[in-house]
Ligand binder design. Sequence first.
Ligand code: HEC
Ligand code: HEC
Ligand code: HEC
Ligand code: HEC
Length: 166
Amino acid sequence: MTTIDSRHKVIPAGWLLFWILIITSWWGGGTGLAESSDERTFVGAAACKDCHATEFKNFTAYAKKAHSYSKIKVMKRELTEQEFRGCFECHTTGYGQPGGFRSEEETPHLKDPGCEVCHGPGSRHVKSEDAKDIKRKLNMADCEKCHSPERIKTFNYKPLVFGGAH
Ligand code: HEC
Ligand code: HEC
Ligand code: HEC
Ligand code: HEC
C-alpha cells in the first residue's frame, strides 16, 4: 500500500508564484524581443539522444527522474483530478509552460522529468546545435523548483548539483 506524505498532498500556492518568478526572471534575462517570435519549447529527452548519447544513456539508466511519472500514476486512483495535476509540476517536463507537458495522451514524450527540467527548453538548441541556446550552468534555484529548500540545506550543495543527472 503506497501512501503520500503531507508535503505531497498539500501543494503550497507559493510554488505557483515561485515558478512565475523563476520563469519571468529567466526570460527577462534572455535576448528580449526575438524571444517571443521564436519561443523555446520542450522537445523531450529522446530528442537529445543522437547527439548526447552518453548523457542520455546514463540519465535513462540511473536517474530516478527518468521514470518518475510511473510513481505518480500508481497513485492516481487515490487522488482527485486536481490533486493529480498538482503532481505534474515536479514529476513531468515543463508542465504549465509553453510547449510543456499537458497529459500523458497529448504529450507522452514529456511525461517524465527529462533533461529539460535542468537544462531548460531545448527546441532551439536541437536545431541550431549551438551551446548558447541551452543552459549549462545550474544553481540551487534550478533544483529548488522541485526539491524543497529545507531538503537541499541538509546536503552539502556542491555534490548535489551534479546528482540525479548523468
Ligand atoms: C543535433 C545535435 C544536438 C542535439 C539534438 C542536442 N544537442 Fe546539445 N549540443 C550539441 C552541440 C554540437 C553542442 C556544443 C558542444 C560544444 O560546444 O562542445 C551541444 C552542447 C550542449 C550542452 C552544453 C552547453 C554549453 O554551454 O557547453 C548542453 C547542456 C546540451 N547540449 C544539452 C542538450 C539537451 C538537453 C538536448 C535535448 C533537448 C540537446 N542538447 C540536444 C548538439 C546537440
Ligand atoms: C514541489 C515538487 C513536487 C510535487 C508538487 C510533487 N512531488 Fe513527488 N517528489 C518530488 C521530489 C523532489 C521527489 C524526490 C524525493 C525527494 O527528494 O523528496 C519526489 C518523490 C516522489 C515519490 C517517490 C518516493 C520514493 O521514495 O520513490 C513519489 C511516489 C511521489 N513523489 C509522489 C508524488 C505525488 C503523488 C504527487 C502529487 C500528489 C507529488 N509527488 C507531487 C517533488 C514533488
Ligand atoms: C538534474 C539535472 C540535470 C538533468 C536532468 C540533466 N542534466 Fe545535463 N547537466 C547537469 C549539470 C549539473 C551539468 C554540469 C554543468 C556544468 O558544467 O557546470 C550538466 C552538463 C551537461 C552537458 C555538458 C557536458 C557535460 O557533461 O558537462 C550536456 C551535453 C548535458 N548535460 C546533456 C544532458 C542531457 C542530454 C540530459 C538528458 C538525457 C541531461 N543533460 C539531463 C544537470 C542535468
Ligand atoms: C521538474 C522537477 C525537478 C527539478 C527541476 C529537479 N529535480 Fe531532481 N528529482 C525530481 C523528482 C520528481 C525526483 C524523484 C524521482 C523519483 O523518485 O521518481 C528527483 C530525484 C532526484 C535525485 C534522486 C536520485 C536520482 O537518482 O534521481 C537527485 C539526486 C536529484 N533529483 C537532484 C537534482 C538536482 C541536483 C537538480 C538541479 C540541478 C534537480 N534534481 C532538479 C524532480 C526535479
